[in-house]
Design a protein around this ligand. Structure first.
Ligand code: PBG
Length: 323
Protein backbone atom coordinates (compact mmCIF):
# COMPACT_ATOMS: atom_id res chain seq x y z
CA UNK A 1 0.00 0.00 0.00
CA UNK A 2 1.30 3.38 -0.91
CA UNK A 3 1.37 5.89 1.87
CA UNK A 4 0.79 9.61 2.25
CA UNK A 5 -0.13 11.59 0.26
CA UNK A 6 -1.87 8.82 -1.69
CA UNK A 7 -3.45 7.43 1.49
CA UNK A 8 -5.49 9.94 3.51
CA UNK A 9 -7.34 8.68 6.58
CA UNK A 10 -9.54 11.73 6.45
CA UNK A 11 -11.52 10.22 3.64
CA UNK A 12 -13.15 7.97 6.23
CA UNK A 13 -14.18 10.97 8.27
CA UNK A 14 -16.29 12.69 5.67
CA UNK A 15 -19.94 13.05 6.52
CA UNK A 16 -21.83 9.96 5.44
CA UNK A 17 -18.69 7.92 4.93
CA UNK A 18 -18.01 8.03 8.67
CA UNK A 19 -21.34 6.30 9.29
CA UNK A 20 -20.52 3.60 6.76
CA UNK A 21 -17.23 2.66 8.36
CA UNK A 22 -18.27 2.88 12.01
CA UNK A 23 -17.32 -0.40 13.64
CA UNK A 24 -19.22 -0.09 16.91
CA UNK A 25 -22.60 1.43 17.61
CA UNK A 26 -24.72 1.49 20.73
CA UNK A 27 -28.22 0.25 20.04
CA UNK A 28 -31.19 0.54 22.36
CA UNK A 29 -31.48 -3.26 22.37
CA UNK A 30 -28.13 -3.48 24.14
CA UNK A 31 -29.16 -1.55 27.22
CA UNK A 32 -30.59 -2.37 30.63
CA UNK A 33 -31.98 0.31 32.95
CA UNK A 34 -31.54 -0.31 36.70
CA UNK A 35 -34.58 0.64 38.83
CA UNK A 36 -34.79 1.03 42.60
CA UNK A 37 -38.00 0.31 44.50
CA UNK A 38 -38.29 1.22 48.16
CA UNK A 39 -40.93 -0.37 50.40
CA UNK A 40 -40.78 2.63 52.75
CA UNK A 41 -41.71 5.33 50.27
CA UNK A 42 -45.00 6.76 49.14
CA UNK A 43 -43.35 9.23 46.77
CA UNK A 44 -40.25 9.00 44.57
CA UNK A 45 -37.06 10.32 46.14
CA UNK A 46 -33.94 11.40 44.29
CA UNK A 47 -30.70 9.69 45.30
CA UNK A 48 -28.37 12.54 46.30
CA UNK A 49 -25.20 10.97 44.91
CA UNK A 50 -26.94 9.90 41.67
CA UNK A 51 -28.59 12.99 40.17
CA UNK A 52 -31.80 12.21 38.22
CA UNK A 53 -31.97 8.65 39.59
CA UNK A 54 -34.77 7.98 42.06
CA UNK A 55 -35.99 5.40 44.49
CA UNK A 56 -39.62 4.71 43.70
CA UNK A 57 -42.50 3.40 45.78
CA UNK A 58 -43.67 -0.10 44.89
CA UNK A 59 -47.04 1.34 43.86
CA UNK A 60 -45.27 3.13 40.99
CA UNK A 61 -43.43 0.04 39.74
CA UNK A 62 -45.65 -0.66 36.72
CA UNK A 63 -45.81 3.00 35.65
CA UNK A 64 -42.10 3.51 36.04
CA UNK A 65 -41.31 0.34 34.12
CA UNK A 66 -43.76 1.34 31.38
CA UNK A 67 -41.95 4.68 30.97
CA UNK A 68 -38.66 2.87 30.46
CA UNK A 69 -40.19 0.38 28.05
CA UNK A 70 -42.04 3.04 26.08
CA UNK A 71 -38.81 4.99 25.73
CA UNK A 72 -37.39 1.94 23.94
CA UNK A 73 -35.27 0.24 26.60
CA UNK A 74 -35.93 -3.51 26.40
CA UNK A 75 -34.89 -4.52 29.93
CA UNK A 76 -34.72 -3.40 33.55
CA UNK A 77 -32.62 -4.57 36.47
CA UNK A 78 -34.70 -4.39 39.65
CA UNK A 79 -33.25 -3.55 43.09
CA UNK A 80 -35.19 -3.27 46.32
CA UNK A 81 -34.99 -1.44 49.62
CA UNK A 82 -36.92 -3.51 52.18
CA UNK A 83 -39.16 -2.32 55.02
CA UNK A 84 -36.86 -3.99 57.54
CA UNK A 85 -33.59 -5.85 57.73
CA UNK A 86 -32.49 -8.84 59.82
CA UNK A 87 -29.39 -10.98 60.22
CA UNK A 88 -30.45 -13.40 57.46
CA UNK A 89 -31.99 -10.93 55.05
CA UNK A 90 -35.37 -12.65 55.10
CA UNK A 91 -37.16 -9.86 53.21
CA UNK A 92 -35.07 -10.87 50.19
CA UNK A 93 -37.24 -13.95 49.59
CA UNK A 94 -40.51 -12.86 51.19
CA UNK A 95 -43.55 -13.39 48.98
CA UNK A 96 -44.58 -9.82 49.76
CA UNK A 97 -40.99 -8.53 49.58
CA UNK A 98 -40.29 -5.27 47.82
CA UNK A 99 -38.76 -6.88 44.73
CA UNK A 100 -41.40 -9.60 44.54
CA UNK A 101 -44.24 -7.07 44.70
CA UNK A 102 -42.57 -4.74 42.21
CA UNK A 103 -41.80 -7.51 39.75
CA UNK A 104 -45.35 -8.88 39.96
CA UNK A 105 -46.68 -5.44 39.05
CA UNK A 106 -44.22 -4.98 36.22
CA UNK A 107 -44.65 -8.38 34.63
CA UNK A 108 -48.42 -8.06 34.79
CA UNK A 109 -48.64 -4.57 33.31
CA UNK A 110 -45.58 -4.38 31.05
CA UNK A 111 -45.34 -7.92 29.68
CA UNK A 112 -42.91 -7.09 26.86
CA UNK A 113 -40.24 -5.75 29.19
CA UNK A 114 -37.44 -8.14 30.19
CA UNK A 115 -37.22 -8.14 33.98
CA UNK A 116 -33.86 -8.94 35.52
CA UNK A 117 -33.64 -9.08 39.32
CA UNK A 118 -30.51 -8.41 41.31
CA UNK A 119 -30.11 -11.41 43.59
CA UNK A 120 -28.21 -10.58 46.77
CA UNK A 121 -28.69 -10.26 50.51
CA UNK A 122 -26.73 -7.09 51.24
CA UNK A 123 -29.68 -4.67 51.16
CA UNK A 124 -31.69 -7.02 53.39
CA UNK A 125 -29.20 -7.87 56.12
CA UNK A 126 -28.57 -5.70 59.18
CA UNK A 127 -24.81 -6.15 58.73
CA UNK A 128 -24.96 -5.24 55.02
CA UNK A 129 -22.90 -8.19 53.78
CA UNK A 130 -23.83 -10.22 50.72
CA UNK A 131 -24.07 -13.45 52.69
CA UNK A 132 -24.67 -14.76 56.20
CA UNK A 133 -22.09 -13.72 58.75
CA UNK A 134 -20.75 -16.27 61.26
CA UNK A 135 -19.79 -15.64 64.89
CA UNK A 136 -16.33 -14.49 63.93
CA UNK A 137 -17.76 -11.87 61.56
CA UNK A 138 -16.80 -13.73 58.39
CA UNK A 139 -19.18 -14.22 55.51
CA UNK A 140 -20.11 -17.91 55.44
CA UNK A 141 -20.19 -18.88 51.78
CA UNK A 142 -21.80 -22.32 52.01
CA UNK A 143 -24.39 -21.36 54.61
CA UNK A 144 -25.52 -18.58 52.28
CA UNK A 145 -26.26 -20.82 49.29
CA UNK A 146 -29.65 -22.20 50.46
CA UNK A 147 -30.82 -18.63 51.01
CA UNK A 148 -29.81 -17.62 47.51
CA UNK A 149 -31.80 -20.58 46.17
CA UNK A 150 -34.87 -19.28 47.99
CA UNK A 151 -34.41 -15.76 46.71
CA UNK A 152 -34.06 -17.02 43.15
CA UNK A 153 -37.23 -19.10 43.31
CA UNK A 154 -39.22 -16.28 44.92
CA UNK A 155 -38.09 -13.83 42.23
CA UNK A 156 -38.94 -16.29 39.46
CA UNK A 157 -42.35 -16.91 41.06
CA UNK A 158 -42.95 -13.16 41.00
CA UNK A 159 -42.22 -13.09 37.27
CA UNK A 160 -38.51 -12.37 36.84
CA UNK A 161 -37.23 -13.39 33.41
CA UNK A 162 -33.60 -13.44 34.48
CA UNK A 163 -32.02 -13.51 37.95
CA UNK A 164 -28.66 -11.87 38.51
CA UNK A 165 -26.68 -13.15 41.50
CA UNK A 166 -24.36 -10.32 42.58
CA UNK A 167 -22.94 -11.58 45.86
CA UNK A 168 -19.84 -13.38 44.54
CA UNK A 169 -20.56 -16.52 46.58
CA UNK A 170 -18.70 -19.56 45.24
CA UNK A 171 -21.08 -22.15 43.82
CA UNK A 172 -24.05 -19.77 43.72
CA UNK A 173 -24.78 -20.09 40.02
CA UNK A 174 -25.02 -23.88 40.11
CA UNK A 175 -27.23 -23.83 43.20
CA UNK A 176 -29.53 -21.22 41.69
CA UNK A 177 -29.79 -23.06 38.37
CA UNK A 178 -30.63 -26.21 40.24
CA UNK A 179 -33.28 -24.50 42.40
CA UNK A 180 -34.92 -22.81 39.41
CA UNK A 181 -35.05 -26.05 37.42
CA UNK A 182 -36.37 -27.91 40.45
CA UNK A 183 -39.31 -25.52 40.63
CA UNK A 184 -40.14 -25.58 36.95
CA UNK A 185 -38.41 -22.31 36.08
CA UNK A 186 -36.14 -23.80 33.44
CA UNK A 187 -36.71 -20.81 31.16
CA UNK A 188 -35.59 -18.27 33.72
CA UNK A 189 -32.03 -17.23 32.89
CA UNK A 190 -29.05 -16.57 35.14
CA UNK A 191 -26.96 -13.48 34.51
CA UNK A 192 -24.04 -13.95 36.83
CA UNK A 193 -22.05 -11.06 38.23
CA UNK A 194 -19.12 -13.38 37.62
CA UNK A 195 -16.31 -10.89 37.60
CA UNK A 196 -17.15 -8.34 40.24
CA UNK A 197 -14.30 -6.34 41.64
CA UNK A 198 -14.16 -4.91 45.18
CA UNK A 199 -14.61 -1.39 43.88
CA UNK A 200 -14.86 2.10 45.25
CA UNK A 201 -17.09 2.89 42.28
CA UNK A 202 -20.10 1.31 44.03
CA UNK A 203 -20.25 4.13 46.61
CA UNK A 204 -23.30 5.99 45.28
CA UNK A 205 -25.21 2.72 44.82
CA UNK A 206 -24.78 1.86 48.47
CA UNK A 207 -26.49 5.16 49.29
CA UNK A 208 -29.26 4.24 46.90
CA UNK A 209 -29.83 0.78 48.33
CA UNK A 210 -28.62 1.46 51.85
CA UNK A 211 -26.36 -1.57 51.57
CA UNK A 212 -22.93 -0.54 52.82
CA UNK A 213 -21.41 -3.18 55.13
CA UNK A 214 -21.56 -2.16 58.80
CA UNK A 215 -18.23 -3.86 59.57
CA UNK A 216 -15.32 -4.69 57.31
CA UNK A 217 -15.51 -4.56 53.54
CA UNK A 218 -16.26 -6.88 50.63
CA UNK A 219 -12.69 -7.86 49.79
CA UNK A 220 -13.31 -11.33 51.27
CA UNK A 221 -15.60 -12.19 48.36
CA UNK A 222 -15.24 -9.54 45.64
CA UNK A 223 -12.21 -9.52 43.37
CA UNK A 224 -8.91 -7.72 43.65
CA UNK A 225 -8.69 -4.98 40.98
CA UNK A 226 -5.26 -6.21 39.92
CA UNK A 227 -6.37 -9.63 38.73
CA UNK A 228 -7.31 -10.79 35.23
CA UNK A 229 -6.47 -14.49 35.13
CA UNK A 230 -8.60 -14.90 38.22
CA UNK A 231 -11.39 -13.14 36.33
CA UNK A 232 -11.23 -15.77 33.61
CA UNK A 233 -11.36 -18.51 36.22
CA UNK A 234 -14.42 -16.93 37.87
CA UNK A 235 -16.08 -16.72 34.47
CA UNK A 236 -15.18 -20.30 33.57
CA UNK A 237 -16.60 -21.68 36.81
CA UNK A 238 -19.85 -19.81 36.23
CA UNK A 239 -20.18 -21.06 32.67
CA UNK A 240 -19.71 -24.60 33.93
CA UNK A 241 -22.32 -24.03 36.63
CA UNK A 242 -24.81 -22.93 34.01
CA UNK A 243 -24.60 -19.13 33.75
CA UNK A 244 -26.42 -17.81 30.67
CA UNK A 245 -24.61 -14.47 30.79
CA UNK A 246 -21.34 -13.43 32.32
CA UNK A 247 -21.04 -9.97 33.76
CA UNK A 248 -18.00 -7.81 34.33
CA UNK A 249 -18.35 -4.99 36.83
CA UNK A 250 -17.47 -2.11 37.00
CA UNK A 251 -17.14 -1.47 33.26
CA UNK A 252 -14.95 1.49 32.33
CA UNK A 253 -11.96 0.80 34.58
CA UNK A 254 -12.05 -2.86 33.48
CA UNK A 255 -12.42 -2.76 29.69
CA UNK A 256 -9.45 -5.07 29.27
CA UNK A 257 -11.29 -7.65 31.38
CA UNK A 258 -14.49 -7.20 29.34
CA UNK A 259 -12.42 -7.82 26.23
CA UNK A 260 -10.69 -10.90 27.64
CA UNK A 261 -13.92 -12.46 28.92
CA UNK A 262 -15.76 -11.75 25.65
CA UNK A 263 -12.89 -13.28 23.68
CA UNK A 264 -12.70 -16.41 25.77
CA UNK A 265 -16.31 -17.54 26.23
CA UNK A 266 -19.26 -18.25 23.98
CA UNK A 267 -21.99 -16.88 26.24
CA UNK A 268 -23.14 -13.24 26.04
CA UNK A 269 -21.19 -10.78 28.15
CA UNK A 270 -22.80 -7.97 30.11
CA UNK A 271 -20.90 -5.04 31.57
CA UNK A 272 -22.22 -2.90 34.42
CA UNK A 273 -21.52 0.81 34.01
CA UNK A 274 -21.87 1.32 37.76
CA UNK A 275 -23.12 4.10 40.01
CA UNK A 276 -19.70 5.72 40.46
CA UNK A 277 -19.16 5.87 36.70
CA UNK A 278 -22.55 7.56 36.41
CA UNK A 279 -22.00 9.93 39.33
CA UNK A 280 -18.63 11.13 38.00
CA UNK A 281 -20.11 12.26 34.70
CA UNK A 282 -23.21 13.79 36.25
CA UNK A 283 -21.17 15.72 38.84
CA UNK A 284 -18.76 17.05 36.24
CA UNK A 285 -21.69 17.96 34.02
CA UNK A 286 -23.30 19.88 36.86
CA UNK A 287 -20.06 21.82 37.26
CA UNK A 288 -20.10 22.57 33.55
CA UNK A 289 -16.85 20.66 33.09
CA UNK A 290 -18.11 18.21 30.49
CA UNK A 291 -21.31 17.12 28.82
CA UNK A 292 -22.84 14.05 30.48
CA UNK A 293 -24.80 12.95 27.43
CA UNK A 294 -21.84 13.11 25.09
CA UNK A 295 -19.49 11.35 27.51
CA UNK A 296 -22.11 8.74 28.41
CA UNK A 297 -22.55 7.75 24.78
CA UNK A 298 -18.78 7.68 24.36
CA UNK A 299 -18.46 5.50 27.47
CA UNK A 300 -21.07 3.04 26.27
CA UNK A 301 -19.49 2.89 22.84
CA UNK A 302 -16.17 2.04 24.49
CA UNK A 303 -17.79 -0.67 26.62
CA UNK A 304 -19.37 -2.20 23.52
CA UNK A 305 -16.14 -1.88 21.56
CA UNK A 306 -14.40 -3.86 24.30
CA UNK A 307 -16.81 -6.70 23.58
CA UNK A 308 -19.86 -6.32 25.81
CA UNK A 309 -23.14 -7.51 24.31
CA UNK A 310 -25.29 -5.94 27.01
CA UNK A 311 -24.65 -2.82 29.06
CA UNK A 312 -26.40 -2.11 32.34
CA UNK A 313 -26.38 1.65 32.78
CA UNK A 314 -28.22 4.41 34.61
CA UNK A 315 -27.97 6.39 31.37
CA UNK A 316 -30.06 3.86 29.39
CA UNK A 317 -33.42 5.60 29.35
CA UNK A 318 -32.04 9.08 28.68
CA UNK A 319 -29.73 7.90 25.91
CA UNK A 320 -32.35 5.85 24.17
CA UNK A 321 -34.65 8.86 24.11
CA UNK A 322 -31.88 10.66 22.22
CA UNK A 323 -30.49 7.86 20.02
C1 PBG B 1 -25.21 -5.84 45.48
C2 PBG B 1 -24.85 -4.95 44.35
C3 PBG B 1 -23.97 -3.84 44.31
C4 PBG B 1 -24.09 -3.28 43.04
C5 PBG B 1 -24.99 -4.07 42.33
N1 PBG B 1 -25.43 -5.12 43.14
C6 PBG B 1 -23.16 -3.21 45.37
C7 PBG B 1 -22.07 -3.86 46.07
O1 PBG B 1 -21.60 -4.95 45.73
O2 PBG B 1 -21.65 -3.25 47.05
C8 PBG B 1 -23.41 -2.04 42.56
C9 PBG B 1 -24.06 -1.31 41.44
C10 PBG B 1 -23.59 0.08 41.20
O3 PBG B 1 -22.65 0.59 41.85
O4 PBG B 1 -24.18 0.71 40.32
N2 PBG B 1 -24.29 -6.78 45.84
Amino acid sequence: MSEFPRRRMRRYRRDGVDDMVRETTVAEDDLVQPLFFDANLSEAEEIPSMPDVHRHPVEDAADRAAEVYDAGVPAVMVFGVPEEKDAEGSRAWAEEGVVQRSVREISEHVPGLVVITDLCLCAYTTHGHCGLVDDSGRVDNDATLPYLRNVAVSQAEAGADVVAPSGMMDGAVGEIRDALDGHGYDEVGVMSYSVKYASGFYGPFRDAQDSAPSHGDRTGYQMDPGNTREALMEARLDVREGADWLMVKPALPYLDVVSDVAGEFDVPVAAYNVSGEYAMLKAADQEGWLDAEETALESLTAIKRAGADTVITYFAEDLVRKL
